[in-house]
Write a protein that binds this ligand. Structure first.
Ligand code: ZN
Length: 291
């Protein structure tokens, strides 16, 4: 099944909900970046959250960035998403390895202490930016904390990535549940009980691999209305023109040095790991444009 997300309302519009199946998206990221198992789980969770949070924005040009700066061996993560289901991202140390913790990939250990920053560029003069500390480094918890403390929205964020024996992505997905300020006490009690009783995201998805299935369990006992379905995927909008501009921006002196070295230069896109090559002749053309 191809990846997609759903947007929903529940309990008479007291709850806004998002859920995603992101298996192929995360597998694509794993292959492109050569991610270790724990890096796959960490980036996979952040990509899944990013694509759902991106879909909360309105305009096609809006861009959401999730940036984690942390002290653990993974060295930091970055994800960007638009409102159309496109998401991309990378980790600073893709080969990070840690022993499992309680039989699970130790994402919290790989991240260590740090911060998560959310930047929303919605075409305004100043992009919106909010930042909170990492609480557990497991990413779902950290975003729940971020929503409550930075955006004052009581939320529950669940994210999961399960790997096969061959360390390929077997299943990935997640949900974000957000409470409206006027939520009734009995709805709150019901929801809290549901959250307490559900199994992990990957267990729920293994039983029923759909975003609708996730919401059915998390929002059990509430009337759920799916308002929208959006197909999602790993997508990078880099191009030879953008990389050229990036080379121009490093300055004439550096370009002259590259030319003097007399060799073809390789430039990698951080987000998708695509390699772009520039011959000495092409660099000379770029130098002309830099004048
Ligand atoms: Zn790219």
């Amino acid at each position: 099944m191809s990846d997609y997300l759903v947007r929903a309302m529940a309990g008479n519009a007291q709850i806004r909900a998002f859920a995603a199946l992101s298996t192929e998206t995360v597998e694509e990221a794993r292959k492109r970046h050569g991610l270790s198992p724990v890096a796959t789980a960490a980036l996979g969770r952040l990509l899944t959250a990013g694509v759902m949070m991106g879909s909360m924005m309105k305009n096609p040009e809006d861009v959401l960035t999730l940036q984690i700066k942390c002290g653990g061996d993974i060295g930091g993560l970055c994800v960007t998403a638009d409102s159309q289901g496109h998401v991309k991202g990378y980790v600073n140390n893709p080969t990070v390895m840690l022993p499992p913790k309680n039989g699970k990939l130790d994402v919290g250990g790989a991240l260590g202490p740090g911060f998560i920053q959310v930047i929303k560029d919605m075409g305004l003069k100043e992009p919106y930016s909010g930042q909170t500390i990492l609480t557990t480094g497991e990413i779902g918890d950290d975003l729940t904390y971020y929503f409550a403390n930075s955006e004052q929205i009581n939320s529950s964020v669940g994210l999961g990535v399960l790997l096969s024996k061959e360390n390929h992505v077997q299943i990935a997905g997640g949900f974000i549940i957000q409470l409206m300020p006027f939520v009734a006490e009995e709805t709150l009690v019901l929801l809290e009980e549901n959250i307490r009783n559900i199994s992990s995201v990957t267990e729920m998805l293994s039983e029923n691999p759909t975003p609708e299935g996730l919401l059915k369990q998390v929002l059990k006992g509430l009337a759920v209305e799916i308002t929208d379905t959006l197909s999602i995927g790993f997508h990078c909008n880099c191009s030879i023109e953008k990389i050229e501009k990036a080379i121009i921006s490093v300055g004439r002196k550096e370009i002259e040095e590259m030319i003097a070295a007399g060799e073809t230069v390789e430039v990698l896109c951080h987000f998708c790991n695509t390699a772009y090559h520039f011959t000495v002749e092409e660099l000379e053309e770029i130098l002309k444009k830099a004048q």
